[in-house]
Design a protein around this ligand. Structure first.
Ligand code: GLU
Length: 509
C-alpha cells in the first residue's frame, strides 16, 4: 500500500478548543498517511479574522503532540510548501479570484449588509425561510451581473467595498466520488453564490481551501460530514481553475453523535452531561470559561486515540483494543461507517482502564507523577511508585484515580474512617494493636511475610479472629476500606510509618 505521493491535511480554523471529532479527523488523516508512507500536513485556516481566537493554534499543536499525531509539515515545523498559515498566504489567493472573474465564473458584488438583509426579507417565504444569494436573487442585487461594466469599474475606482462571488450555474449536476459514501450528487440550483474574496481582501474558506489543497499537492482530503454541503462549491472551483485532474479524493467522515444518538455531540452536551468533549483543557480568552479536557481528566493518549479510532470504524473483527501501530496497519477508509457514531463516556473510560492495565507501570509512573505533585505528594523514589502502580492499576480507570487509590502510600491519610471501625471496636482490639506496634518495631527484615506472620501470631495470642483485625488495620493505614492487600501496604510504606499510623489511629479510638 506504499504510495509516498500521498499527502493529507488537517485544516482547522483556530476558533476554540479541539473537539474529539476534530481529533478523530486528525487520526484518520494520520493513519492514512503513515500506512502509505506519505505526509500528514497541518494547515491553519485563519482567514476569518472575526473568528480568530488567540491561543487556539498553539492549543491545536499541543493537542496533536499530546496525542502523538505529529504532522510532517506545519506552521511550527515548516515544510516544502510553507507557509502553512493561510493568513500568511493572503497574497496568493486574489489572483485566482480575478482569474475566475475574467473567465466569467465569478463576479464583483457591492451589496451592503443592509441590502443583503433587505433581500433576505423580500424573498423569504414559508418554503424558503432563509433565501440565499443565488442564480435568481443575484439578478436583483448590486453586482457585476446587474450593473454596466463602466459602473463596476467606477465603483471599484472610488474604493467602494466589494466582495467577489462565485457564479454558480443554474442547473448542473455535480458529482464526485466520496471514499466513504461512494457517488455523491448535488444539483447546483441548491447552492448559493458563495463569497470567495471578502471586502477586507481576505479569501473565504472556500477559495483558500481549494487553492491550498492544490498548491500543497493534497491527494486525499478527509473532513467532517458538516462540510459535505460545501463540496459542490469546491468541485466547481477545482473545475473552473483548471485543476480538476488534481482534485484530491474526498472522504466526509461521519458525525460523532450525542450519547442518545440524537444530533451532533457538542461542547454543551459535555458540559450538561458531565463528560469531556475537548482533547485537553481549553481556556476561552473571550468568555474566561475553562472547559476540561480528556487529558486533564486522566485519559491516556493511547486510550483516547483508540476510542476515537473505533468511533466510526472497525476492522470487521471483534477486536476493540488497538495500538497506534496496529491502527496504522489495519485502518482502511472502506471500513469507515457511513452513519454517525454515538459517543459513550462509560465506554471511553473502559478503554482507558484497559490501557492502564496494559501499559507498563514505569511508563504510567511518568504520567501519574505530575498529578501527584500537583496534589502535594512528592515521590522521592520512582521504584516505589512503580511498585505501587503495579499493585493498584487494576483498580484505576482514570490516571487521576491513582491518587485516590495510592496517595496514602506516600502521605498519611488526612482523615480516617473511624466510623467503619467503631461499632465493633473492643478493648481487646485496642490491646492487640498496641502490642502489635511494639512487636513490629522488632522486625528486622521488613517484608510482607514477616509482617503477616507477626500479625497472625499476635492475633492467636490475643484470641481474636484475623478477619476482625484486618479491617481496622486497613483503615489505620489507608484511611478507608479500600486498597490492595493490607500487608503489602505495610511492607511498602515502611516500618516507622506503619507504626506511626497505628499509634495515631489509636488516639482516635
Ligand atoms: N477550515 C475547515 C475547518 O475549520 C476545514 C474543512 C476542510 O478540511 O476542508 O474545519
Amino acid at each position: 500500500m506504499t504510495d509516498t505521493n500521498v499527502r493529507v491535511r488537517f485544516a482547522p480554523s483556530p476558533t476554540g478548543g479541539l473537539h474529539l471529532g476534530g481529533v478523530r479527523t486528525v487520526l484518520y488523516n494520520y493513519l492514512f498517511a503513515k500506512q502509505h508512507g506519505g505526509k500528514f500536513i497541518l494547515r491553519i485556516e485563519d482567514t476569518d479574522q472575526s473568528r480568530f481566537v488567540p491561543g487556539a493554534e498553539e492549543y491545536i499543536q499541543d493537542c496533536l503532540q499530546w496525542c502523538g499525531l505529529e504532522p510532517d509539515e506545519s506552521p511550527q515545523h515548516g515544510g516544502p510548501y510553507a507557509p502553512y498559515r493561510q493568513s500568511e498566504r493572503k497574497d496568493l489567493y486574489r489572483q485566482f479570484a480575478l482569474q475566475l472573474i475574467d473567465q466569467g465564473n465569478a463576479y464583483y458584488a457591492f451589496d451592503t449588509p443592509e441590502e443583503l438583509d433587505a433581500m433576505r426579507l423580500e424573498f423569504k417565504t414559508e418554503d424558503n425561510p432563509s433565501p440565499t444569494y443565488n442564480y435568481q436573487t443575484r439578478l436583483k442585487m448590486r453586482n457585476a451581473e446587474t450593473l454596466p461594466a463602466d459602473e463596476v469599474s467606477r465603483l471599484i475606482s472610488i474604493g467602494t467595498p466589494y466582495v467577489i462571488r462565485i457564479k454558480i450555474p443554474q442547473n448542473e449536476t455535480l458529482t464526485f466520488i466520496d471514499m466513504i459514501r461512494g457517488e455523491v450528487s448535488f444539483n447546483s440550483f441548491l447552492v448559493d453564490d458563495k463569497v470567495l474574496l471578502k471586502a477586507d481582501g481576505m479569501p473565504t474558506y472556500h477559495l483558500a481551501v481549494v487553492v491550498d489543497d492544490y498548491a500543497m499537492k493534497i491527494t486525499h482530503a478527509f473532513r467532517g460530514e458538516e462540510w459535505l454541503p460545501s463540496a459542490p462549491v469546491h468541485i466547481l472551483l477545482w473545475k473552473y481553475l483548471g485543476w480538476i485532474a488534481d482534485m484530491p479524493m474526498w472522504a466526509h467522515l461521519p458525525l460523532i453523535l450525542k450519547p442518545d444518538g440524537h444530533g451532533k455531540l457538542s461542547k454543551r452536551d459535555g458540559d450538561r452531561m458531565g463528560f469531556p468533549v475537548f482533547a485537553m483543557n481549553w481556556y476561552d480568552p473571550r468568555s474566561n470559561d475553562l472547559t476540561t479536557g480528556f487529558r486533564e481528566l486522566g485519559f491516556l493518549p493511547e486510550a483516547f486515540i483508540n476510542l476515537l479510532a473505533v468511533l466510526g470504524w472497525n476492522d470487521g473483527s471483534e477486536q476493540e483494543i488497538f495500538s497506534i501501530d496496529e491502527l496504522i496497519q489495519k485502518f482502511s477508509m472502506d471500513k469507515v461507517h457511513k452513519g454517525g457514531a454515538k459517543f459513550n463516556y462509560e465506554k471511553a473510560k473502559w478503554f482507558n482502564h484497559e490501557w492502564i492495565k496494559r501499559l507498563p507501570s514505569p511508563y504510567l509512573a511518568e504520567r501519574v507523577k505530575a498529578d501527584f505533585t500537583a496534589k502535594g505528594i512528592t515521590v522521592a523514589n520512582d521504584e516505589v511508585l512503580v511498585k505501587v502502580l503495579d499493585m493498584i492499576k487494576d483498580r484505576c480507570t482514570l490516571l487521576t484515580d491513582f491518587y485516590e487509590q495510592g496517595g496514602f502510600f506516600f502521605k498519611a491519610p488526612a482523615t480516617l474512617d473511624v466510623a467503619a471501625i467503631k461499632p465493633k471496636w473492643t478493648n481487646d482490639k485496642f490491646m492487640f494493636f498496641d502490642i502489635l506496634s511494639e512487636k513490629l518495631m522488632l522486625i528486622e527484615e521488613w517484608n510482607v511475610t514477616a509482617i503477616e506472620a507477626l500479625f497472625k501470631e499476635t492475633a492467636t495470642e490475643k484470641n481474636i479472629k484475623l478477619g476482625e483485625l484486618q479491617l481496622p488495620f486497613r483503615v489505620m493505614l489507608v484511611g478507608g476500606k479500600f486498597g490492595p492487600g493490607v500487608f503489602d501496604i505495610a511492607a511498602t510504606i515502611g516500618k516507622a510509618e506503619t507504626i506511626n499510623r497505628i499509634k495515631f489511629a489509636l488516639t482516635l479510638l
